[in-house]
Write a protein that binds this ligand. Structure first.
Ligand SMILES: [Zn+2]
Length: 55
């Protein structure tokens, strides 16, 4: 699981705003860009825009 410290510093690479953590689906969601990022192995955020999916 991602720690609060990590979550606090994570930002969407597109708009630079914070992202929301969906614990159930293990995704990080940017509600501004309407995209979601994968969290690999439960604790490795994949913040690459090319891997982000639309929501
Ligand atoms: Zn964004």
């Amino acid at each position: 699981m991602l720690s609060k410290e990590i979550l606090d510093i994570l930002a969407c690479p597109k708009c630079k705003n914070g992202v929301a953590y969906d614990r159930d689906k293990q995704k990080l969601v940017c509600s501004i860009c309407k995209i979601k990022f994968n969290v690999l192995k439960g604790d490795i955020p994949d913040m690459l825009l090319e891997n982000a999916k639309k929501i």
